[in-house]
Design a protein around this ligand. Structure first.
Ligand code: SF4
Length: 323
Protein backbone atom coordinates (compact mmCIF):
# COMPACT_ATOMS: atom_id res chain seq x y z
CA UNK A 1 0.00 0.00 0.00
CA UNK A 2 1.18 3.53 -0.76
CA UNK A 3 1.84 6.07 2.00
CA UNK A 4 -0.99 6.06 4.56
CA UNK A 5 -3.21 9.14 4.35
CA UNK A 6 -6.14 8.07 6.55
CA UNK A 7 -5.84 5.91 9.65
CA UNK A 8 -8.39 4.79 12.22
CA UNK A 9 -7.08 3.32 15.48
CA UNK A 10 -9.57 1.30 17.51
CA UNK A 11 -12.40 3.75 16.86
CA UNK A 12 -15.59 3.16 18.83
CA UNK A 13 -18.75 5.25 18.96
CA UNK A 14 -21.51 4.44 21.44
CA UNK A 15 -24.83 6.22 22.07
CA UNK A 16 -26.96 6.20 25.21
CA UNK A 17 -30.60 5.35 24.49
CA UNK A 18 -33.06 6.83 26.95
CA UNK A 19 -35.53 4.21 28.24
CA UNK A 20 -37.75 6.43 30.40
CA UNK A 21 -37.38 7.96 33.87
CA UNK A 22 -37.12 4.74 35.89
CA UNK A 23 -34.87 2.60 33.73
CA UNK A 24 -31.17 2.93 33.14
CA UNK A 25 -30.21 4.22 29.68
CA UNK A 26 -29.25 1.41 27.29
CA UNK A 27 -26.07 1.66 25.25
CA UNK A 28 -25.95 1.24 21.48
CA UNK A 29 -22.50 0.72 20.01
CA UNK A 30 -22.80 1.99 16.44
CA UNK A 31 -19.10 1.55 15.61
CA UNK A 32 -17.01 -0.97 17.56
CA UNK A 33 -13.21 -0.97 17.66
CA UNK A 34 -12.62 -0.22 13.98
CA UNK A 35 -9.03 0.10 12.74
CA UNK A 36 -7.95 0.68 9.15
CA UNK A 37 -5.36 2.36 6.97
CA UNK A 38 -6.07 3.94 3.57
CA UNK A 39 -3.19 4.69 1.21
CA UNK A 40 -2.84 7.89 -0.81
CA UNK A 41 -4.66 7.60 -4.14
CA UNK A 42 -6.64 4.56 -3.00
CA UNK A 43 -10.40 3.96 -3.21
CA UNK A 44 -11.38 2.27 0.02
CA UNK A 45 -15.00 1.11 -0.01
CA UNK A 46 -17.18 0.33 2.97
CA UNK A 47 -20.24 -1.86 2.43
CA UNK A 48 -22.99 -3.13 4.69
CA UNK A 49 -26.72 -2.97 5.22
CA UNK A 50 -28.60 0.04 6.58
CA UNK A 51 -27.91 0.34 10.29
CA UNK A 52 -24.47 -1.28 10.07
CA UNK A 53 -22.72 1.90 11.28
CA UNK A 54 -21.50 3.26 7.92
CA UNK A 55 -23.05 6.70 8.37
CA UNK A 56 -21.82 7.06 11.96
CA UNK A 57 -18.31 6.23 10.77
CA UNK A 58 -18.61 8.81 7.96
CA UNK A 59 -19.70 11.49 10.46
CA UNK A 60 -16.65 10.76 12.60
CA UNK A 61 -14.34 10.97 9.56
CA UNK A 62 -15.84 14.39 8.75
CA UNK A 63 -15.33 15.61 12.31
CA UNK A 64 -19.10 15.93 12.84
CA UNK A 65 -19.11 13.39 15.67
CA UNK A 66 -16.32 12.58 18.15
CA UNK A 67 -15.38 8.93 18.70
CA UNK A 68 -16.21 7.61 22.18
CA UNK A 69 -12.70 6.15 22.12
CA UNK A 70 -9.92 5.68 19.60
CA UNK A 71 -8.26 8.04 17.19
CA UNK A 72 -8.68 9.22 13.57
CA UNK A 73 -5.60 10.57 11.79
CA UNK A 74 -5.24 12.27 8.40
CA UNK A 75 -1.64 12.47 7.21
CA UNK A 76 -0.58 11.40 10.68
CA UNK A 77 -2.38 14.26 12.43
CA UNK A 78 -5.49 13.64 14.58
CA UNK A 79 -8.74 15.22 13.43
CA UNK A 80 -10.81 16.87 16.10
CA UNK A 81 -14.53 17.75 15.95
CA UNK A 82 -13.60 20.80 18.05
CA UNK A 83 -11.99 22.27 14.96
CA UNK A 84 -14.48 21.60 12.16
CA UNK A 85 -12.98 24.27 9.89
CA UNK A 86 -9.52 22.68 10.00
CA UNK A 87 -11.02 19.23 9.38
CA UNK A 88 -12.95 20.51 6.36
CA UNK A 89 -9.70 21.64 4.75
CA UNK A 90 -8.41 18.05 4.80
CA UNK A 91 -11.58 15.94 4.51
CA UNK A 92 -14.55 16.83 2.30
CA UNK A 93 -17.84 15.01 1.72
CA UNK A 94 -19.90 14.21 -1.36
CA UNK A 95 -23.34 13.26 -0.12
CA UNK A 96 -26.06 11.06 -1.52
CA UNK A 97 -28.66 13.67 -2.32
CA UNK A 98 -27.61 16.68 -4.43
CA UNK A 99 -31.17 18.04 -4.04
CA UNK A 100 -30.82 18.64 -0.30
CA UNK A 101 -27.05 19.16 0.01
CA UNK A 102 -27.02 22.38 -2.06
CA UNK A 103 -28.59 25.59 -0.76
CA UNK A 104 -31.20 26.50 -3.41
CA UNK A 105 -30.76 30.24 -2.72
CA UNK A 106 -27.05 30.25 -3.61
CA UNK A 107 -25.74 30.37 -7.15
CA UNK A 108 -23.40 27.67 -8.45
CA UNK A 109 -20.49 30.13 -8.19
CA UNK A 110 -21.33 30.96 -4.56
CA UNK A 111 -21.71 27.28 -3.65
CA UNK A 112 -18.38 26.23 -5.14
CA UNK A 113 -16.49 29.29 -3.86
CA UNK A 114 -17.77 29.00 -0.29
CA UNK A 115 -14.97 26.69 0.99
CA UNK A 116 -12.38 29.09 -0.48
CA UNK A 117 -14.01 32.03 1.33
CA UNK A 118 -14.29 30.13 4.65
CA UNK A 119 -10.58 29.28 4.49
CA UNK A 120 -9.52 32.73 3.24
CA UNK A 121 -8.07 31.39 -0.01
CA UNK A 122 -7.42 33.96 -2.77
CA UNK A 123 -9.33 37.12 -3.64
CA UNK A 124 -12.46 37.67 -5.71
CA UNK A 125 -10.58 37.47 -9.04
CA UNK A 126 -8.56 34.32 -8.29
CA UNK A 127 -11.60 32.62 -6.74
CA UNK A 128 -13.61 33.29 -9.91
CA UNK A 129 -10.84 31.73 -12.00
CA UNK A 130 -10.67 28.71 -9.67
CA UNK A 131 -14.43 28.19 -9.80
CA UNK A 132 -14.47 28.40 -13.61
CA UNK A 133 -11.58 25.93 -13.84
CA UNK A 134 -13.37 23.55 -11.48
CA UNK A 135 -16.63 23.82 -13.47
CA UNK A 136 -14.68 22.74 -16.54
CA UNK A 137 -13.06 19.84 -14.64
CA UNK A 138 -16.41 18.43 -13.54
CA UNK A 139 -17.94 18.75 -17.01
CA UNK A 140 -20.02 21.93 -16.54
CA UNK A 141 -19.74 25.02 -18.71
CA UNK A 142 -19.15 28.71 -17.81
CA UNK A 143 -22.86 29.36 -18.39
CA UNK A 144 -23.59 27.35 -15.24
CA UNK A 145 -21.56 29.87 -13.17
CA UNK A 146 -24.58 32.06 -12.35
CA UNK A 147 -27.20 29.29 -12.41
CA UNK A 148 -29.12 28.15 -9.31
CA UNK A 149 -29.54 24.50 -8.22
CA UNK A 150 -33.22 24.57 -9.19
CA UNK A 151 -32.21 25.20 -12.82
CA UNK A 152 -29.98 22.09 -12.95
CA UNK A 153 -30.62 18.38 -13.46
CA UNK A 154 -29.76 15.87 -10.73
CA UNK A 155 -26.51 14.91 -12.45
CA UNK A 156 -25.49 18.56 -12.87
CA UNK A 157 -26.21 19.24 -9.20
CA UNK A 158 -24.02 16.32 -8.19
CA UNK A 159 -21.26 17.75 -10.42
CA UNK A 160 -21.59 21.05 -8.50
CA UNK A 161 -21.37 19.13 -5.19
CA UNK A 162 -18.23 17.37 -6.45
CA UNK A 163 -16.69 20.70 -7.54
CA UNK A 164 -17.40 22.19 -4.11
CA UNK A 165 -15.84 19.16 -2.38
CA UNK A 166 -12.67 19.30 -4.49
CA UNK A 167 -12.02 23.05 -4.71
CA UNK A 168 -9.82 22.95 -1.58
CA UNK A 169 -7.86 19.90 -2.81
CA UNK A 170 -8.70 17.80 0.27
CA UNK A 171 -6.56 14.86 1.39
CA UNK A 172 -9.55 12.53 1.64
CA UNK A 173 -13.01 12.66 0.02
CA UNK A 174 -15.83 10.86 1.81
CA UNK A 175 -18.26 9.68 -0.88
CA UNK A 176 -21.46 8.69 0.93
CA UNK A 177 -23.67 6.86 -1.60
CA UNK A 178 -22.88 9.61 -4.17
CA UNK A 179 -24.97 8.15 -6.98
CA UNK A 180 -27.88 6.42 -5.26
CA UNK A 181 -30.27 9.41 -5.60
CA UNK A 182 -29.59 9.75 -9.34
CA UNK A 183 -31.24 8.21 -12.39
CA UNK A 184 -29.53 4.99 -13.45
CA UNK A 185 -28.54 6.61 -16.76
CA UNK A 186 -26.62 9.34 -14.89
CA UNK A 187 -25.02 7.13 -12.24
CA UNK A 188 -22.34 5.72 -14.55
CA UNK A 189 -21.39 9.23 -15.75
CA UNK A 190 -20.87 10.43 -12.18
CA UNK A 191 -18.89 7.32 -11.20
CA UNK A 192 -16.64 7.70 -14.24
CA UNK A 193 -16.17 11.39 -13.43
CA UNK A 194 -15.12 10.48 -9.86
CA UNK A 195 -12.57 8.00 -11.23
CA UNK A 196 -11.22 10.52 -13.77
CA UNK A 197 -10.83 13.18 -11.07
CA UNK A 198 -9.10 10.71 -8.78
CA UNK A 199 -6.53 9.94 -11.47
CA UNK A 200 -6.04 13.60 -12.46
CA UNK A 201 -5.83 15.05 -8.96
CA UNK A 202 -4.38 12.07 -7.04
CA UNK A 203 -7.39 11.94 -4.72
CA UNK A 204 -8.12 9.39 -2.01
CA UNK A 205 -11.72 8.22 -1.67
CA UNK A 206 -13.45 6.65 1.29
CA UNK A 207 -16.48 5.30 -0.54
CA UNK A 208 -19.60 4.23 1.35
CA UNK A 209 -22.21 2.22 -0.48
CA UNK A 210 -24.78 -0.53 -0.19
CA UNK A 211 -24.49 -1.02 -3.96
CA UNK A 212 -21.96 -3.77 -4.53
CA UNK A 213 -22.00 -3.32 -8.31
CA UNK A 214 -20.74 0.26 -7.81
CA UNK A 215 -18.09 -0.92 -5.34
CA UNK A 216 -16.87 -3.59 -7.75
CA UNK A 217 -16.55 -0.91 -10.44
CA UNK A 218 -14.27 1.46 -8.58
CA UNK A 219 -12.84 0.17 -5.27
CA UNK A 220 -9.26 -0.93 -4.66
CA UNK A 221 -10.01 -2.42 -1.24
CA UNK A 222 -13.30 -3.21 0.48
CA UNK A 223 -14.33 -3.56 4.12
CA UNK A 224 -17.59 -5.27 5.05
CA UNK A 225 -19.32 -3.87 8.13
CA UNK A 226 -21.84 -5.72 10.25
CA UNK A 227 -23.49 -4.14 13.32
CA UNK A 228 -20.64 -1.68 13.79
CA UNK A 229 -17.77 -4.12 13.25
CA UNK A 230 -15.58 -4.87 10.28
CA UNK A 231 -15.96 -8.59 9.54
CA UNK A 232 -13.84 -8.81 6.37
CA UNK A 233 -11.33 -6.52 4.63
CA UNK A 234 -9.91 -7.57 1.27
CA UNK A 235 -8.77 -6.37 -2.10
CA UNK A 236 -11.68 -5.73 -4.44
CA UNK A 237 -10.63 -8.59 -6.74
CA UNK A 238 -10.21 -11.07 -3.85
CA UNK A 239 -13.48 -10.19 -2.16
CA UNK A 240 -15.61 -10.47 -5.28
CA UNK A 241 -13.85 -13.60 -6.54
CA UNK A 242 -13.93 -15.52 -3.26
CA UNK A 243 -15.79 -13.90 -0.35
CA UNK A 244 -14.81 -15.71 2.86
CA UNK A 245 -17.06 -14.42 5.66
CA UNK A 246 -20.61 -15.88 5.59
CA UNK A 247 -22.10 -12.36 5.83
CA UNK A 248 -20.06 -11.17 2.82
CA UNK A 249 -21.28 -14.19 0.87
CA UNK A 250 -24.90 -13.40 1.69
CA UNK A 251 -24.40 -9.76 0.63
CA UNK A 252 -22.86 -10.77 -2.69
CA UNK A 253 -25.60 -13.30 -3.38
CA UNK A 254 -28.16 -10.55 -2.81
CA UNK A 255 -26.74 -8.24 -5.50
CA UNK A 256 -29.25 -9.37 -8.06
CA UNK A 257 -32.23 -8.92 -5.78
CA UNK A 258 -32.06 -5.41 -4.28
CA UNK A 259 -35.11 -4.14 -2.45
CA UNK A 260 -35.95 -0.90 -4.31
CA UNK A 261 -37.97 0.52 -1.41
CA UNK A 262 -35.45 -0.05 1.36
CA UNK A 263 -32.39 0.56 -0.77
CA UNK A 264 -30.69 -2.35 0.98
CA UNK A 265 -29.80 -5.77 -0.30
CA UNK A 266 -32.65 -8.24 -0.07
CA UNK A 267 -30.66 -10.89 1.77
CA UNK A 268 -32.11 -14.35 2.24
CA UNK A 269 -31.48 -13.95 6.00
CA UNK A 270 -33.71 -10.88 6.49
CA UNK A 271 -32.37 -7.52 7.66
CA UNK A 272 -30.31 -6.69 10.75
CA UNK A 273 -32.97 -4.22 11.98
CA UNK A 274 -33.96 -5.16 15.53
CA UNK A 275 -31.60 -8.12 15.47
CA UNK A 276 -29.21 -7.95 18.44
CA UNK A 277 -25.62 -9.03 18.04
CA UNK A 278 -24.69 -12.13 19.96
CA UNK A 279 -23.46 -10.97 23.38
CA UNK A 280 -20.79 -13.61 23.90
CA UNK A 281 -19.86 -15.05 20.55
CA UNK A 282 -19.79 -13.98 16.92
CA UNK A 283 -21.99 -10.87 16.33
CA UNK A 284 -23.42 -12.48 13.19
CA UNK A 285 -24.34 -15.76 14.90
CA UNK A 286 -28.13 -15.04 15.23
CA UNK A 287 -28.41 -14.75 11.42
CA UNK A 288 -25.55 -16.87 10.19
CA UNK A 289 -26.54 -19.79 7.93
CA UNK A 290 -23.28 -21.60 8.87
CA UNK A 291 -23.27 -21.01 12.66
CA UNK A 292 -21.80 -23.75 14.84
CA UNK A 293 -21.87 -24.22 18.63
CA UNK A 294 -18.54 -22.40 19.13
CA UNK A 295 -20.02 -19.32 17.41
CA UNK A 296 -22.47 -18.82 20.31
CA UNK A 297 -19.80 -18.75 23.01
CA UNK A 298 -16.56 -17.45 21.56
CA UNK A 299 -15.77 -14.28 19.61
CA UNK A 300 -13.92 -15.26 16.40
CA UNK A 301 -10.32 -14.10 16.04
CA UNK A 302 -8.97 -12.27 13.00
CA UNK A 303 -7.87 -14.74 10.30
CA UNK A 304 -5.17 -13.47 7.97
CA UNK A 305 -5.77 -14.08 4.25
CA UNK A 306 -3.38 -13.55 1.33
CA UNK A 307 -5.10 -10.26 0.45
CA UNK A 308 -6.57 -9.11 3.76
CA UNK A 309 -8.39 -10.67 6.68
CA UNK A 310 -11.71 -11.93 7.96
CA UNK A 311 -13.23 -12.99 11.29
CA UNK A 312 -14.93 -16.37 11.33
CA UNK A 313 -14.35 -19.60 13.28
CA UNK A 314 -14.82 -21.72 10.19
CA UNK A 315 -12.03 -20.12 8.19
CA UNK A 316 -8.45 -21.30 8.45
CA UNK A 317 -5.64 -18.78 8.60
CA UNK A 318 -3.82 -18.46 5.26
CA UNK A 319 -0.33 -17.01 4.93
CA UNK A 320 -0.32 -13.47 3.62
CA UNK A 321 1.67 -13.01 0.42
CA UNK A 322 4.85 -11.10 1.19
CA UNK A 323 5.59 -8.79 -1.77
FE1 SF4 B 1 -21.09 -17.62 11.15
FE2 SF4 B 1 -19.77 -18.69 13.17
FE3 SF4 B 1 -18.43 -17.58 11.20
FE4 SF4 B 1 -19.80 -16.07 12.89
S1 SF4 B 1 -18.01 -17.32 13.37
S2 SF4 B 1 -19.75 -15.85 10.71
S3 SF4 B 1 -21.56 -17.37 13.30
S4 SF4 B 1 -19.74 -19.40 11.06
Amino acid sequence: MSETVLELRNVTRAFELSQGAFRRAAKLTAVADVSLKVGRGEVFALVGESGSGKTTLAKMLLGLLPPTSGEILVDGMPISPKDRVAVSRRVQPIFQDPYSSLNPRKSVAQLIALPLIVHGVGDRTTRRAQVLAMLDRVGLSPRHYDAYPGQLSGGQRQRVAIARALILKPEVVICDEPTSALDVSVQAQILNLLLELKRELGLTYFFISHNLAVVEHLADRVAVMYLGRFVEERTRAGLFASPRHPYTRVLLESVLTPDPDLGVPDTRIGTAAGMPASELGCPFEPRCPSAAEVCRTTVPMVRTLPDGWTTCHLIEEEAAIVP
